[in-house]
Design a protein around this ligand. Structure first.
Ligand code: SAM
Length: 284
């Protein structure tokens, strides 16, 4: 199997295929030999579970995934990688690569078409320019994933895994946390990549709840509130929500009071349970 963590081999491979790394596509490939096996170990619960990878690069993680799962399907946007993968993934017959933009894929349809009834986990070293949109795309699609184990920028990892109601939380925190558990698994320094990015990274795992916390309709309402609230997070919740949702201040303070909250509470202080109750209170 080609040694994709050997810098000499990577340089020769890139040269042979006349491949130049695209910053715009977030092409920072993993070269630390311990990281990809760890992502695969954390991300794949059993051999029977299929894996969806987003962004193959030269295939360094794809190889590790294919050693632990019966079926790996990878979505990669950059077709220039086709001849490279023809070489690096030649030893495997359980990998297929779909040349597409993940944002243009309908995840639920994609799972049905490629995996049938098989359970599927997502494992990826995500392109940084589009991390949160990809996660939202997967979570909002209605597709059922066993888990989503991904490398993201360290600051993004902290935000995604923060508790709702803490200082680090943002709209994206709530969007993730209302759908599943999110945990930081381990940090990865910038020199584990080639070319090295300017920031450190971390691997996180999101495990969607078996039983959703709320109905899709409730979720839609909470997310609207969350978006309005975090857009003006330093304001009081009453002011932020009144202006963000086009309601009177009185309507919002009444709803906050129903949830046992003072009118002067800041939006970022509201925890998950309060947000769910507030969504119901504001509905009336
Ligand atoms: N998995 C490889 C690794 O760990 O070395 C590559 C990871 S690299 C950070 C991100 C990969 O995602 C690149 O190969 C890039 O071409 C691909 N990519 C970027 N945007 C994409 C998109 N919208 N859809 C699918 N793949 C994309």
């Amino acid at each position: 199997m080609p040694e994709l963590t050997d810098m000499q081999y990577i340089r020769t491979l890139a040269k042979r295929h006349n491949f130049s790394f695209s910053k715009g596509l977030g092409q920072n490939f993993l070269i630390d030999p311990e990281v990809c096996p760890a992502i695969a170990e954390y991300g794949i619960p059993s051999r029977e579970c299929g894996v969806l990878e987003i962004g193959t690069g030269f295939g360094v993680l794809t190889q590790q995934l294919a050693m632990r799962s019966e079926q790996v399907v990878a979505v990669e946007l950059d077709r220039r990688l086709q001849p490279v993968l023809g070489e690096t993934l030649a030893d495997f017959d359980n990998i297929s690569v779909v040349w597409q933009d993940i944002m243009k894929v309908d995840p639920a349809e994609f799972l049905k078409e490629h995996f049938g009834a098989r359970e599927v986990a997502v494992c990826a070293n995500l392109p940084y320019y589009i991390t949160s949109p990809i996660l939202m795309h997967l979570l909002e699609s209605g597709a059922r994933f066993r888990s989503i184990t991904v490398m993201v920028q360290k600051e993004t990892a902290e935000r995604l895994c923060a508790e709702i109601g803490s200082r680090q939380a943002g709209a994206v925190t709530a969007a993730v946390r209302l759908r599943g558990d999110a945990e930081q698994l381990f940090g990865v320094p910038r020199d584990a990549f080639y070319p090295a990015p300017k920031v450190d990274s971390a691997v996180i795992r999101i495990t969607p709840y078996d039983t959703p916390l709320c109905t899709p309709e409730q979720l839609h309402r909470v997310l609207k509130i969350v978006k309005a609230g975090f857009a003006q997070r330093r304001k009081t919740a009453a002011n932020a929500l009144a202006s963000g949702l086009g309601l009177s201040r009185e309507q919002v303070t009444d709803a906050l009071a129903e949830c046992g909250q003072d009118a002067n509470v800041r939006f970022e202080q509201l925890d998950q349970e309060t947000l769910l109750r507030l969504a119901d209170a504001l509905k009336q």
